[in-house]
Write a protein that binds this ligand. Structure first.
Ligand code: CTP
Length: 425
Protein backbone atom coordinates (compact mmCIF):
# COMPACT_ATOMS: atom_id res chain seq x y z
CA UNK A 1 0.00 0.00 0.00
CA UNK A 2 1.36 3.41 -0.92
CA UNK A 3 0.22 7.00 -0.57
CA UNK A 4 -0.14 8.24 -4.11
CA UNK A 5 -0.61 11.89 -4.96
CA UNK A 6 -2.27 12.42 -8.34
CA UNK A 7 -2.11 15.80 -10.07
CA UNK A 8 -4.64 16.25 -12.86
CA UNK A 9 -4.29 19.00 -15.44
CA UNK A 10 -6.66 20.10 -18.20
CA UNK A 11 -7.00 17.70 -21.10
CA UNK A 12 -9.48 15.26 -22.54
CA UNK A 13 -7.40 12.40 -21.12
CA UNK A 14 -8.38 13.60 -17.60
CA UNK A 15 -11.14 10.98 -17.65
CA UNK A 16 -8.40 8.32 -17.64
CA UNK A 17 -7.11 9.80 -14.38
CA UNK A 18 -10.47 8.81 -12.87
CA UNK A 19 -9.86 5.22 -13.98
CA UNK A 20 -6.33 5.39 -12.56
CA UNK A 21 -7.67 6.64 -9.21
CA UNK A 22 -10.17 3.77 -9.18
CA UNK A 23 -7.53 1.15 -10.07
CA UNK A 24 -5.03 2.45 -7.49
CA UNK A 25 -7.71 2.59 -4.79
CA UNK A 26 -9.01 -0.88 -5.61
CA UNK A 27 -5.45 -2.25 -5.30
CA UNK A 28 -5.20 -0.89 -1.78
CA UNK A 29 -3.34 2.39 -2.33
CA UNK A 30 -4.39 5.60 -0.59
CA UNK A 31 -4.88 8.37 -3.16
CA UNK A 32 -5.19 12.16 -2.87
CA UNK A 33 -6.02 14.23 -5.93
CA UNK A 34 -4.95 17.75 -6.88
CA UNK A 35 -6.54 19.42 -9.90
CA UNK A 36 -5.71 22.49 -11.93
CA UNK A 37 -8.61 24.85 -12.61
CA UNK A 38 -8.73 23.82 -16.25
CA UNK A 39 -8.89 20.12 -15.31
CA UNK A 40 -12.28 20.97 -13.83
CA UNK A 41 -13.54 21.76 -17.32
CA UNK A 42 -13.02 18.11 -18.29
CA UNK A 43 -13.83 16.09 -15.15
CA UNK A 44 -15.53 16.97 -11.87
CA UNK A 45 -13.84 16.96 -8.46
CA UNK A 46 -16.90 15.12 -7.07
CA UNK A 47 -16.06 12.07 -9.20
CA UNK A 48 -12.51 11.85 -7.79
CA UNK A 49 -13.79 12.50 -4.27
CA UNK A 50 -16.27 9.64 -4.56
CA UNK A 51 -13.59 7.25 -5.82
CA UNK A 52 -10.72 8.06 -3.45
CA UNK A 53 -12.79 9.07 -0.41
CA UNK A 54 -10.98 12.37 0.21
CA UNK A 55 -11.44 15.99 -0.86
CA UNK A 56 -9.77 17.25 -4.03
CA UNK A 57 -7.59 20.37 -3.73
CA UNK A 58 -7.42 22.96 -6.51
CA UNK A 59 -6.63 26.52 -5.41
CA UNK A 60 -3.13 27.10 -4.09
CA UNK A 61 -4.39 28.70 -0.88
CA UNK A 62 -7.20 26.21 -0.37
CA UNK A 63 -7.54 24.77 3.14
CA UNK A 64 -7.37 20.99 3.22
CA UNK A 65 -10.13 19.55 5.44
CA UNK A 66 -7.92 16.45 5.95
CA UNK A 67 -4.91 18.63 6.89
CA UNK A 68 -2.64 16.92 4.39
CA UNK A 69 -3.37 13.36 5.52
CA UNK A 70 -4.24 10.45 3.23
CA UNK A 71 -7.38 8.28 3.51
CA UNK A 72 -6.90 5.83 6.36
CA UNK A 73 -4.35 8.02 8.17
CA UNK A 74 -5.15 10.26 11.15
CA UNK A 75 -5.17 14.03 10.49
CA UNK A 76 -2.62 16.00 12.53
CA UNK A 77 -3.75 18.05 15.54
CA UNK A 78 -2.48 21.32 14.07
CA UNK A 79 -3.59 22.89 10.78
CA UNK A 80 -0.55 22.67 8.50
CA UNK A 81 -0.03 24.37 5.14
CA UNK A 82 -2.06 22.09 2.88
CA UNK A 83 0.16 21.70 -0.15
CA UNK A 84 3.28 21.17 1.95
CA UNK A 85 1.70 18.58 4.20
CA UNK A 86 0.02 16.50 1.49
CA UNK A 87 3.27 16.15 -0.50
CA UNK A 88 5.28 15.44 2.64
CA UNK A 89 3.02 12.45 3.25
CA UNK A 90 3.09 11.17 -0.35
CA UNK A 91 5.23 8.18 -1.43
CA UNK A 92 5.02 9.26 -5.08
CA UNK A 93 3.49 12.13 -7.06
CA UNK A 94 2.21 11.58 -10.60
CA UNK A 95 0.89 14.36 -12.81
CA UNK A 96 -1.45 12.70 -15.32
CA UNK A 97 -2.49 13.91 -17.75
CA UNK A 98 0.19 16.61 -17.92
CA UNK A 99 -0.91 19.11 -20.56
CA UNK A 100 1.69 21.00 -22.64
CA UNK A 101 1.00 24.03 -20.46
CA UNK A 102 1.51 22.14 -17.20
CA UNK A 103 4.68 20.45 -18.54
CA UNK A 104 6.04 23.92 -19.37
CA UNK A 105 5.19 25.23 -15.90
CA UNK A 106 6.79 22.24 -14.18
CA UNK A 107 9.95 22.60 -16.28
CA UNK A 108 10.09 26.31 -15.47
CA UNK A 109 9.58 25.66 -11.76
CA UNK A 110 6.42 27.75 -11.54
CA UNK A 111 4.18 27.59 -8.47
CA UNK A 112 0.83 29.05 -9.48
CA UNK A 113 -1.56 26.23 -8.64
CA UNK A 114 -1.91 23.40 -6.16
CA UNK A 115 -0.55 20.97 -8.79
CA UNK A 116 2.59 22.99 -9.61
CA UNK A 117 3.33 24.28 -6.09
CA UNK A 118 3.12 20.78 -4.64
CA UNK A 119 5.34 19.46 -7.44
CA UNK A 120 8.08 21.89 -6.43
CA UNK A 121 7.75 20.97 -2.77
CA UNK A 122 7.73 17.21 -3.34
CA UNK A 123 10.77 15.19 -2.29
CA UNK A 124 9.15 11.80 -3.06
CA UNK A 125 9.67 10.28 -6.56
CA UNK A 126 7.88 12.44 -9.14
CA UNK A 127 6.37 11.24 -12.42
CA UNK A 128 4.88 13.14 -15.33
CA UNK A 129 2.63 11.57 -17.98
CA UNK A 130 2.28 14.05 -20.85
CA UNK A 131 -0.85 13.75 -23.00
CA UNK A 132 -1.70 16.17 -25.78
CA UNK A 133 -2.10 16.58 -29.51
CA UNK A 134 0.88 15.05 -31.33
CA UNK A 135 1.95 18.33 -32.93
CA UNK A 136 2.07 19.94 -29.50
CA UNK A 137 3.95 16.92 -28.15
CA UNK A 138 6.53 16.97 -30.93
CA UNK A 139 7.11 20.73 -30.74
CA UNK A 140 10.67 21.61 -29.77
CA UNK A 141 9.48 23.57 -26.72
CA UNK A 142 7.57 20.60 -25.26
CA UNK A 143 10.44 18.22 -26.02
CA UNK A 144 12.94 20.59 -24.36
CA UNK A 145 10.69 20.88 -21.30
CA UNK A 146 10.43 17.08 -21.01
CA UNK A 147 14.20 16.77 -21.38
CA UNK A 148 14.63 19.28 -18.54
CA UNK A 149 12.31 17.23 -16.33
CA UNK A 150 14.18 13.99 -17.13
CA UNK A 151 17.52 15.65 -16.37
CA UNK A 152 16.14 16.52 -12.94
CA UNK A 153 15.42 12.86 -12.23
CA UNK A 154 11.70 13.05 -12.89
CA UNK A 155 10.22 9.97 -14.56
CA UNK A 156 8.52 10.89 -17.82
CA UNK A 157 5.98 8.27 -18.88
CA UNK A 158 6.04 8.44 -22.66
CA UNK A 159 2.66 8.87 -24.34
CA UNK A 160 1.44 6.20 -26.74
CA UNK A 161 0.65 6.38 -30.41
CA UNK A 162 -2.93 5.99 -31.59
CA UNK A 163 -6.16 7.86 -32.23
CA UNK A 164 -6.07 11.30 -30.59
CA UNK A 165 -8.91 13.31 -29.07
CA UNK A 166 -9.46 15.58 -32.05
CA UNK A 167 -11.55 13.81 -34.59
CA UNK A 168 -9.64 11.93 -37.27
CA UNK A 169 -6.22 12.72 -35.81
CA UNK A 170 -3.70 10.00 -35.16
CA UNK A 171 -0.24 10.28 -33.63
CA UNK A 172 1.85 10.18 -30.47
CA UNK A 173 0.20 11.85 -27.50
CA UNK A 174 -2.26 9.41 -25.94
CA UNK A 175 -2.15 8.93 -22.18
CA UNK A 176 -1.19 5.28 -21.48
CA UNK A 177 -3.85 3.10 -19.89
CA UNK A 178 -4.26 3.18 -16.08
CA UNK A 179 -2.48 -0.17 -15.63
CA UNK A 180 0.70 1.19 -17.23
CA UNK A 181 0.50 4.38 -15.18
CA UNK A 182 0.10 2.44 -11.94
CA UNK A 183 2.96 0.09 -12.88
CA UNK A 184 5.14 3.15 -13.46
CA UNK A 185 4.25 4.49 -10.01
CA UNK A 186 4.89 1.11 -8.39
CA UNK A 187 8.28 0.86 -10.11
CA UNK A 188 9.51 4.04 -8.36
CA UNK A 189 8.18 3.15 -4.91
CA UNK A 190 10.81 1.94 -2.45
CA UNK A 191 8.67 -1.17 -1.72
CA UNK A 192 9.44 -4.04 0.61
CA UNK A 193 12.64 -5.86 -0.26
CA UNK A 194 11.85 -8.97 -2.27
CA UNK A 195 13.63 -11.34 -4.63
CA UNK A 196 13.49 -8.79 -7.49
CA UNK A 197 14.78 -5.84 -5.53
CA UNK A 198 17.75 -4.39 -7.41
CA UNK A 199 18.06 -7.57 -9.51
CA UNK A 200 19.65 -6.68 -12.84
CA UNK A 201 17.38 -7.87 -15.63
CA UNK A 202 18.36 -7.68 -19.30
CA UNK A 203 15.50 -7.95 -21.79
CA UNK A 204 15.82 -8.04 -25.57
CA UNK A 205 12.78 -7.20 -27.69
CA UNK A 206 11.76 -6.64 -31.30
CA UNK A 207 13.16 -7.96 -34.55
CA UNK A 208 16.46 -7.15 -36.25
CA UNK A 209 16.83 -5.67 -39.75
CA UNK A 210 19.66 -6.79 -42.02
CA UNK A 211 20.43 -4.27 -44.77
CA UNK A 212 20.35 -5.32 -48.43
CA UNK A 213 21.16 -1.76 -49.52
CA UNK A 214 20.68 1.65 -47.83
CA UNK A 215 16.88 1.50 -48.23
CA UNK A 216 15.97 -2.19 -48.04
CA UNK A 217 16.35 -4.80 -45.38
CA UNK A 218 15.45 -8.34 -44.40
CA UNK A 219 13.36 -8.20 -41.26
CA UNK A 220 10.73 -10.11 -39.34
CA UNK A 221 7.33 -9.38 -37.85
CA UNK A 222 8.26 -9.20 -34.19
CA UNK A 223 6.67 -6.06 -32.63
CA UNK A 224 8.52 -6.22 -29.32
CA UNK A 225 5.29 -6.37 -27.27
CA UNK A 226 6.23 -9.50 -25.30
CA UNK A 227 9.67 -8.07 -24.44
CA UNK A 228 8.13 -4.75 -23.38
CA UNK A 229 5.62 -6.56 -21.15
CA UNK A 230 8.48 -8.49 -19.52
CA UNK A 231 10.48 -5.28 -18.98
CA UNK A 232 7.45 -3.52 -17.49
CA UNK A 233 6.50 -6.33 -15.12
CA UNK A 234 10.12 -6.89 -14.00
CA UNK A 235 10.49 -3.15 -13.27
CA UNK A 236 7.18 -3.18 -11.35
CA UNK A 237 8.63 -5.99 -9.18
CA UNK A 238 11.59 -3.77 -8.29
CA UNK A 239 14.22 -5.02 -10.77
CA UNK A 240 16.77 -2.78 -12.39
CA UNK A 241 15.84 -3.34 -16.05
CA UNK A 242 17.79 -2.73 -19.26
CA UNK A 243 15.86 -3.15 -22.50
CA UNK A 244 17.75 -3.75 -25.74
CA UNK A 245 15.17 -2.86 -28.39
CA UNK A 246 15.60 -3.92 -32.00
CA UNK A 247 13.45 -1.62 -34.16
CA UNK A 248 10.70 -1.29 -31.55
CA UNK A 249 8.40 1.65 -32.26
CA UNK A 250 6.38 1.28 -29.04
CA UNK A 251 7.47 3.38 -26.04
CA UNK A 252 9.60 1.76 -23.33
CA UNK A 253 8.04 1.32 -19.90
CA UNK A 254 8.89 4.04 -17.37
CA UNK A 255 12.00 3.53 -15.31
CA UNK A 256 13.58 1.12 -17.80
CA UNK A 257 16.96 1.90 -19.41
CA UNK A 258 16.64 1.51 -23.19
CA UNK A 259 19.36 0.74 -25.76
CA UNK A 260 18.24 0.84 -29.41
CA UNK A 261 19.78 -1.44 -32.04
CA UNK A 262 18.98 -2.38 -35.63
CA UNK A 263 20.97 -5.38 -36.83
CA UNK A 264 21.70 -8.80 -35.31
CA UNK A 265 25.38 -7.80 -35.03
CA UNK A 266 24.44 -4.64 -33.08
CA UNK A 267 22.08 -6.68 -30.89
CA UNK A 268 24.87 -9.19 -30.22
CA UNK A 269 27.38 -6.54 -29.17
CA UNK A 270 24.83 -4.69 -26.98
CA UNK A 271 23.85 -7.95 -25.26
CA UNK A 272 27.48 -9.00 -24.76
CA UNK A 273 28.30 -5.58 -23.25
CA UNK A 274 25.44 -5.90 -20.72
CA UNK A 275 25.51 -9.62 -20.00
CA UNK A 276 28.40 -9.69 -17.51
CA UNK A 277 26.48 -7.57 -14.99
CA UNK A 278 23.14 -9.29 -15.62
CA UNK A 279 21.33 -11.55 -13.14
CA UNK A 280 18.38 -12.49 -15.37
CA UNK A 281 18.40 -12.58 -19.17
CA UNK A 282 15.08 -12.63 -21.02
CA UNK A 283 15.91 -13.09 -24.70
CA UNK A 284 12.58 -12.22 -26.31
CA UNK A 285 14.00 -10.55 -29.44
CA UNK A 286 13.86 -12.21 -32.83
CA UNK A 287 17.34 -11.83 -34.29
CA UNK A 288 17.71 -12.63 -37.98
CA UNK A 289 19.23 -16.04 -38.61
CA UNK A 290 20.68 -14.92 -41.95
CA UNK A 291 21.92 -11.64 -43.35
CA UNK A 292 23.02 -10.57 -46.84
CA UNK A 293 26.73 -11.33 -47.06
CA UNK A 294 27.23 -7.95 -48.73
CA UNK A 295 25.11 -4.87 -48.30
CA UNK A 296 25.23 -2.58 -51.36
CA UNK A 297 26.52 0.96 -50.73
CA UNK A 298 23.87 2.52 -52.93
CA UNK A 299 20.29 1.60 -53.78
CA UNK A 300 20.10 -1.41 -56.08
CA UNK A 301 18.31 -0.40 -59.30
CA UNK A 302 15.37 -2.40 -60.62
CA UNK A 303 17.11 -4.07 -63.54
CA UNK A 304 16.34 -7.70 -64.17
CA UNK A 305 16.57 -10.11 -61.27
CA UNK A 306 19.13 -10.19 -58.51
CA UNK A 307 20.43 -12.96 -56.32
CA UNK A 308 20.98 -12.45 -52.63
CA UNK A 309 23.74 -14.39 -50.97
CA UNK A 310 22.87 -14.91 -47.30
CA UNK A 311 25.26 -15.86 -44.53
CA UNK A 312 24.28 -17.08 -41.05
CA UNK A 313 24.38 -14.67 -38.10
CA UNK A 314 25.78 -15.68 -34.72
CA UNK A 315 23.44 -17.38 -32.29
CA UNK A 316 23.51 -14.69 -29.59
CA UNK A 317 21.71 -16.68 -26.91
CA UNK A 318 23.85 -19.79 -27.43
CA UNK A 319 27.01 -17.66 -27.15
CA UNK A 320 25.79 -16.00 -23.93
CA UNK A 321 24.61 -19.38 -22.58
CA UNK A 322 28.08 -20.84 -23.27
CA UNK A 323 29.72 -18.15 -21.15
CA UNK A 324 27.17 -17.94 -18.31
CA UNK A 325 28.32 -17.66 -14.72
CA UNK A 326 26.83 -19.02 -11.53
CA UNK A 327 23.86 -17.01 -10.27
CA UNK A 328 22.60 -16.06 -13.74
CA UNK A 329 19.21 -17.18 -15.03
CA UNK A 330 18.68 -17.38 -18.80
CA UNK A 331 15.34 -17.60 -20.57
CA UNK A 332 15.02 -18.05 -24.34
CA UNK A 333 11.98 -17.84 -26.56
CA UNK A 334 10.92 -19.99 -29.47
CA UNK A 335 8.28 -18.74 -31.86
CA UNK A 336 7.36 -21.70 -34.02
CA UNK A 337 4.91 -22.24 -36.86
CA UNK A 338 5.24 -25.99 -37.13
CA UNK A 339 2.92 -28.17 -35.18
CA UNK A 340 5.03 -30.91 -36.79
CA UNK A 341 3.88 -33.96 -38.69
CA UNK A 342 5.55 -36.94 -36.99
CA UNK A 343 4.48 -39.30 -39.83
CA UNK A 344 6.62 -37.18 -42.16
CA UNK A 345 9.49 -37.31 -39.66
CA UNK A 346 8.91 -33.63 -38.70
CA UNK A 347 9.54 -32.51 -35.17
CA UNK A 348 6.75 -30.62 -33.41
CA UNK A 349 7.29 -27.10 -32.11
CA UNK A 350 7.48 -28.26 -28.50
CA UNK A 351 10.05 -30.87 -29.33
CA UNK A 352 12.12 -28.27 -31.19
CA UNK A 353 11.84 -25.98 -28.13
CA UNK A 354 13.17 -28.78 -25.87
CA UNK A 355 16.14 -29.24 -28.22
CA UNK A 356 16.83 -25.47 -28.03
CA UNK A 357 16.80 -25.62 -24.23
CA UNK A 358 19.77 -28.00 -24.32
CA UNK A 359 21.53 -26.46 -27.31
CA UNK A 360 21.46 -22.89 -25.97
CA UNK A 361 22.35 -23.71 -22.36
CA UNK A 362 19.33 -21.88 -20.89
CA UNK A 363 17.04 -22.54 -17.91
CA UNK A 364 13.80 -22.31 -19.86
CA UNK A 365 12.46 -21.81 -23.36
CA UNK A 366 9.14 -20.02 -23.72
CA UNK A 367 7.42 -21.64 -26.67
CA UNK A 368 4.56 -20.12 -28.62
CA UNK A 369 2.83 -20.99 -31.86
CA UNK A 370 2.86 -17.83 -33.98
CA UNK A 371 0.83 -19.44 -36.74
CA UNK A 372 -2.25 -18.79 -34.56
CA UNK A 373 -3.40 -15.26 -35.39
CA UNK A 374 -4.91 -14.52 -31.92
CA UNK A 375 -1.50 -14.91 -30.27
CA UNK A 376 0.65 -13.73 -33.16
CA UNK A 377 3.17 -10.93 -33.49
CA UNK A 378 0.98 -7.80 -33.27
CA UNK A 379 -1.49 -9.29 -30.82
CA UNK A 380 -1.79 -8.06 -27.23
CA UNK A 381 -2.41 -11.59 -25.99
CA UNK A 382 -0.29 -14.68 -25.86
CA UNK A 383 -0.48 -18.35 -24.91
CA UNK A 384 2.78 -20.15 -24.24
CA UNK A 385 4.37 -23.27 -22.83
CA UNK A 386 7.36 -22.75 -20.54
CA UNK A 387 9.72 -25.62 -21.32
CA UNK A 388 12.19 -26.54 -18.58
CA UNK A 389 14.44 -29.55 -18.03
CA UNK A 390 11.97 -31.05 -15.51
CA UNK A 391 8.87 -30.62 -17.67
CA UNK A 392 6.52 -28.32 -19.58
CA UNK A 393 4.31 -25.68 -17.93
CA UNK A 394 1.46 -24.38 -20.11
CA UNK A 395 0.32 -20.77 -19.58
CA UNK A 396 -3.25 -20.31 -20.89
CA UNK A 397 -4.32 -17.48 -23.23
CA UNK A 398 -4.00 -14.12 -21.43
CA UNK A 399 -2.69 -10.58 -21.91
CA UNK A 400 1.04 -10.36 -22.64
CA UNK A 401 1.42 -8.68 -19.20
CA UNK A 402 -0.14 -11.70 -17.44
CA UNK A 403 2.00 -14.09 -19.49
CA UNK A 404 5.04 -11.97 -18.55
CA UNK A 405 4.08 -12.36 -14.87
CA UNK A 406 3.82 -16.14 -15.28
CA UNK A 407 7.31 -16.20 -16.87
CA UNK A 408 8.73 -14.03 -14.08
CA UNK A 409 7.16 -16.35 -11.49
CA UNK A 410 9.09 -19.22 -13.09
CA UNK A 411 12.30 -17.15 -13.05
CA UNK A 412 11.74 -16.63 -9.33
CA UNK A 413 11.20 -20.36 -8.76
CA UNK A 414 14.26 -21.32 -10.84
CA UNK A 415 16.45 -18.85 -8.91
CA UNK A 416 15.12 -20.03 -5.53
CA UNK A 417 15.89 -23.65 -6.48
CA UNK A 418 19.40 -22.74 -7.71
CA UNK A 419 20.09 -20.77 -4.49
CA UNK A 420 18.97 -23.77 -2.40
CA UNK A 421 21.19 -26.12 -4.40
CA UNK A 422 24.28 -23.96 -4.10
CA UNK A 423 23.65 -23.55 -0.34
CA UNK A 424 23.48 -27.31 0.15
CA UNK A 425 26.70 -27.96 -1.84
N1 CTP B 1 18.36 -16.33 -30.95
C1 CTP B 1 19.59 -15.70 -30.81
N2 CTP B 1 20.36 -15.44 -31.92
C2 CTP B 1 19.95 -15.83 -33.15
C3 CTP B 1 18.70 -16.49 -33.28
C4 CTP B 1 17.94 -16.73 -32.16
O1 CTP B 1 19.95 -15.33 -29.70
N3 CTP B 1 20.71 -15.55 -34.20
C5 CTP B 1 17.55 -16.56 -29.73
C6 CTP B 1 16.16 -15.92 -29.77
O2 CTP B 1 16.18 -14.63 -29.22
C7 CTP B 1 15.35 -16.87 -28.92
C8 CTP B 1 16.02 -18.21 -29.11
O3 CTP B 1 17.34 -17.93 -29.60
O4 CTP B 1 15.40 -16.54 -27.56
C9 CTP B 1 15.34 -19.14 -30.08
O5 CTP B 1 15.16 -18.50 -31.32
P1 CTP B 1 14.73 -19.30 -32.61
O6 CTP B 1 14.73 -18.41 -33.78
O7 CTP B 1 13.48 -20.06 -32.30
O8 CTP B 1 15.91 -20.35 -32.64
P2 CTP B 1 16.97 -20.68 -33.71
O9 CTP B 1 18.22 -21.02 -32.97
O10 CTP B 1 17.07 -19.62 -34.74
O11 CTP B 1 16.40 -22.04 -34.27
P3 CTP B 1 15.54 -22.34 -35.59
O12 CTP B 1 15.56 -21.13 -36.44
O13 CTP B 1 16.23 -23.51 -36.15
O14 CTP B 1 14.17 -22.68 -35.07
Amino acid sequence: MARILLGVSGGIAAYKALELARLATSEGHAVRVLMTHSAGRFVGAASFEGIVGAPVLTGDFERDPLRGSFPGDPAPEHDPIGHLEVVANADAYLVAPASANTVAKLAAGMAESMVTTSFLACSAPRLVAPAMNDRMYRDAATQANLRTLRERGITVIEPEEGALASRGEHGVGRLPDPRRLLDAIESVLPGPSGPWDGLRVLVSAGGTREPIDPVRFIGNRSSGRMGLALAERAAARGADVTLVAANVTLPAPAGVRRVDVETAAELASAMEAEFGSTDVLLMAAAPADFRPSVSADSKIAREGSIELDLEPTDDILATLGGGRREGQTLIGFAAETTSGDPSAGEKGGLERARAKLRRKGVDAIVFNDVSRSEIGFESSENEVVIVEADGDRPVPLASKESVADAILDRVEAIRARAAEQSASE
